[in-house]
Design a protein around this ligand. Structure first.
Ligand SMILES: NC(=O)c1ccc[n+]([C@@H]2O[C@H](COP(=O)([O-])OP(=O)(O)OC[C@H]3O[C@@H](n4cnc5c(N)ncnc54)[C@H](OP(=O)(O)O)[C@@H]3O)[C@@H](O)[C@H]2O)c1
Length: 451
C-alpha cells in the first residue's frame, strides 16, 4: 500500500457499505493489514457528523465483522474514518472533495462505487473534472451495465479517467472461500484431476437459491431480473472455474476462453425456464404488469476440448424453500450402479460431499450409495479465520492483485451470451411459482437435480 492512500466509499451510508465493506475493512484492521496512514472516506448525502457516523458504523461492525469486536482495534480503526457529506451527482461538488483530499494529504486513491449504477458516470465525470491526480483505482459493483451497449458506454466513460488496469470489476463470488477451493480441488487430487472431463462427467449443475424476495432492491431488480442479476455475473464466474481447460494457466484468460465458448441449446422454449414468485407483483416498487423473472433455469454447453457435449444446468431464484448455493458434478454411471456425485457447498454452508457405491452389508452384489462429507464451516476456527469475500477482494485491490476481479473482455463475452438468451425471453412463458417452493415445475423437471 502506498503512502497517503485512501479508499473513498461512494455510498458510504448504504447497505453494502454498512453490511460488507466496513466490516471487511475492520477485519483488515484487526489482522494488521492496513498501513498506518491509510484513510477511509465515507460519502453520503445524510447529515451526519463524523461521530454520529462512527456510532452507526460500530453497530454494523459489531454485528457483521467475522472478527470479534475489540474496542482497542475499533479505536484505531475510528481514526481512519471520515464521513464526508456531498451530492455525488453534482459535478461541482468534486472541487470541494479535492480540497478535502488536499487538506488530508491524500493523493493515492481507491474509489469504491457502492451506489446505484446510474451514479457511476456522474461520479467519474466529477472526478475527471477536479481530481488533482490520476493515481487512482476504482472498484465497481455489479451490475456493470444493463446490457452490452450500456456496459460499453460505462467502460468508455471510466476509461477517460482510469486506466483499464485500474478498473476493478468486483464479483464477490470470486472472493468466496469454496469457489477458490474449486481450483484446489481440481488441481490437487489425482482422483478428480484425472476425471475432470467429458469422458467421466455426465453433467454439471450450478444452483443459487435465495429464500428472500426482492426486499429493498425492488426498483433495481424489476429492471434486471434473475438472469442479469445472478447468472450473467456470479454463476458464469463459477461455471468458468469449473470447466476451464487449463486451471494452471492464466486464470482470467482461461475464464475468457470459457465465456467465448458458451453455447445455448437450440430450443429456448424447452431449455430455458423463467419463473416469477406468487405475490411479486404486489411488492412495493414493482410494476403490477411486470414480466421480470425472479427465477431462471437454463441448460447450456461449453464447447471446449475438456467439456464438449456435457450439459450444464444453471438455476437461481428468489423466495425459494432454502437459501443455498452449490455446485454439483454428476459422474458417468458404471454399469447399473448409481452415478457418483460431488457437491461443493458454497453458501451458507461450506463443504464438500462425495457420493459413491458400496456393497450393501450382508448381500453379495446389491449396492447402496453412501456419502463422505466434509463440512468446512462447521468448524468455528475455520469460520473465524476465513476472510470474507469482500475482505479478500479489498485487500487484493490494495495490493494491485487483479486475479480475483472480472476483466472487461470477460464482461463483454458474458453480456453477449446473456443478451442472446434474454432476446429470446418473449418465446419463454413466465411461470408463477409458490413462495417457499423449489421453483417452477418445468425447472424441476429439466434434469435430476442433485441435492
Ligand atoms: N447491498 C448489497 O448487498 C449489494 C450487493 C451487491 C451489489 N450491490 C450494489 O451496490 C450498490 C449500492 O447498493 P446498496 O444496497 O448499498 O444501496 P443503498 O442501501 O440504497 O445505498 C445507496 C447509497 O448511495 C448514496 N447515494 C445515493 N444517491 C446519492 C447522491 N446523489 N449523492 C451521494 N450519495 C448518494 C446513499 O446515500 P444517502 O442514503 O446518504 O442518500 C447511500 O449511501 C448498488 O449498485 C447495488 O446493486 C449491493
Amino acid at each position: 500500500m502506498q503512502k497517503n492512500s485512501a479508499i473513498t466509499l461512494f455510498g458510504g451510508s448504504g447497505d453494502l457499505t454498512y453490511r460488507k465493506l466496513l466490516p471487511a475493512l475492520y477485519n483488515l484492521e484487526s489482522t494488521g493489514k492496513l498501513s498506518d496512514d491509510f484513510k477511509i472516506i465515507a460519502i453520503g448525502r445524510r447529515d451526519y457528523s463524523c461521530d454520529q457516523y462512527l456510532e452507526i458504523a460500530q453497530r454494523w461492525i459489531e454485528t457483521y465483522a467475522r472478527k470479534k469486536f475489540d474496542s482497542v482495534v475499533f479505536n484505531k480503526f475510528k481514526k481512519r474514518v471520515i464521513y464526508f457529506k456531498m451530492d455525488v451527482s453534482d459535478v461541482e461538488e468534486y472541487y470541494r472533495l479535492q480540497q478535502f483530499y488536499d487538506n488530508q494529504g491524500i493523493n493515492h486513491h481507491i474509489y469504491y462505487y457502492a451506489v446505484a449504477p446510474s451514479l457511476f458516470i456522474p461520479i467519474t465525470n466529477g472526478l475527471k473534472k477536479y481530481s488533482a491526480t490520476n493515481q487512482a483505482k476504482v472498484i465497481i459493483e455489479k451490475p456493470f451495465g444493463e446490457d452490452l451497449a450500456s456496459a460499453t458506454q460505462l467502460n468508455t466513460t471510466l476509461a477517460q479517467f482510469f486506466g483499464q488496469d485500474e478498473i476493478y470489476h468486483i464479483d464477490h463470488y470470486l472472493g468466496k472461500e469454496m469457489i477458490q477451493n474449486i481450483i484446489s480441488l481440481r488441481a490437487n487430487n489425482i482422483i478428480f484431476k484425472e476425471i475432470w472431463n467429458n469422458k467421466c462427467i455426465e453433467s454439471i449443475q450450478i444452483s443459487a437459491s435465495e429464500s428472500e424476495g426482492v426486499g429493498t432492491r425492488a426498483g433495481y431488480y424489476d429492471k434486471s431480473g434473475a438472469l442479469k442479476d445472478m447468472v450473467q455475473n456470479h454463476l458464469f464466474q463459477v461455471l468458468s472455474i469449473v470447466v476451464m481447460d487449463n486451471p494452471e494457466g492464466d486464470f482470467a484468460t482461461e475464464q475468457l476462453k470459457v465465456f467465448n465458448r458458451l453455447c445455448a441449446v437450440s430450443d429456448y422454449s424447452k431449455e430455458v425456464v423463467r419463473g416469477q414468485y406468487a405475490g411479486y407483483l404486489a411488492e412495493t416498487n414493482i410494476s403490477p404488469q411486470s414480466q421480470t423473472e425472479t427465477f431462471v433455469a437454463l441448460k447450456l454447453f461449453v464447447e471446449n476440448d475438456r467439456f464438449s457435449g456435457v450439459p450444464i444446468y444453471i438455476k437461481t431464484g428468489k423466495k425459494l424453500k432454502h437459501r443455498e448455493t452449490q455446485l454439483a458434478i454428476k459422474f458417468r454411471q458404471v454399469g447399473n450402479s448409481l452415478p457418483n456425485s460431488l457437491i461443493i457447498k458454497i453458501q451458507p454452508d461450506e463443504g464438500v460431499n462425495f457420493k459413491f457405491n458400496i456393497k450393501k452389508p450382508g448381500t453379495i452384489t446389491e449396492l447402496q450409495q453412501v456419502s463422505m462429507d466434509f463440512c468446512q464451516s462447521c468448524v468455528l476456527e475455520n469460520r473465524i479465520n476465513t476472510p470474507e469475500a469482500y475482505e479478500r477482494l479489498l485487500y487484493a485491490c490494495m495490493n494491485d492483485d487483479r486475479s480475483l476481479f472480472s476483466r472487461w473482455d470477460q464482461i463483454v463475452a458474458s453480456w453477449k451470451f446473456a443478451n442472446e438468451i434474454s432476446a429470446k425471453f418473449d418465446q419463454i412463458p413466465l411461470e408463477v411459482y409458490e413462495q417457499g417452493s423449489e421453483g417452477p415445475e418445468s425447472a424441476i423437471a429439466m434434469t435430476e437435480w442433485i441435492v
